[in-house]
Design a protein around this ligand. Sequence first.
Ligand code: F6R
Length: 242
Amino acid sequence: MRVFIVKDYEELSVQAAQIVAGQIYVKPNSVLGLATGSTPLFMYHHLIRIYKEYGLDFSEVTTFNLDEYVGLPEADKKSYHYYMYDNFFRHVNLDQKKIHLPDGMAASVDAECLAYEKAIQECGGIDLQVLGIGQNGHIGFNEPDEKFEAYTHEVKLKQDTIEANARFFADISEVPTRAISMGIKTIMQAKKVVLLANGSNKAEAVYRAVCEGITPEIPASILQLHQDVIVIIEEGAAQYLK
Ligand code: F6R
């Protein structure tokens, strides 16, 4: 793990965007694994800026998002489909056919998980995976558990995740309780990983993921075993590392 502590969210976002841009520059047909949520928002903002100012070409890039809620249609403003199109996809020259998110409305969630995992493998796996981290140490929607879930699977969200995500919904009762998420093995098979952590509410999860033992109770801790992980941590989230 290479850990970088940066002074604020802006610096975190610029550095993350530069890593993604560098990946695409070196390998224009890269397969990117992407995250949603608050943390990568400005990274997308800077990638759009780099696209507009420097002509970064996304036309050959393939994307796979980490996760999607079960039961939210793509057009729902709270869905991760909507988030990705609104904050990133529609602003750059990505090929629609190369964009992938799990289908939260699939008739069979199990079949959708299998198909999603197969699609990732058929593209040769993920070159660069961008991750945020939950306050409970989750990555994707791999929640604290007794074992690491391997591949793309259906998740029952933990109460603390539902509470953390309630800020995006009018009422906590509207937060879906299930999601489809890439598994830990899917994530660990990515050639490179960038983990982003912003805000003092992530400080404990970051400390446990980076400095303590590897345990499925802190899913992000498994990244200690990955050969090529960059962790970019804003000062507030890094407060226990100093
Ligand atoms: C989202 C995802 C989640 C988030 C995590 C942090 O696609 O996979 O693991 O990265 O919940 O969310 P924020 O950034 O909103 O604090």
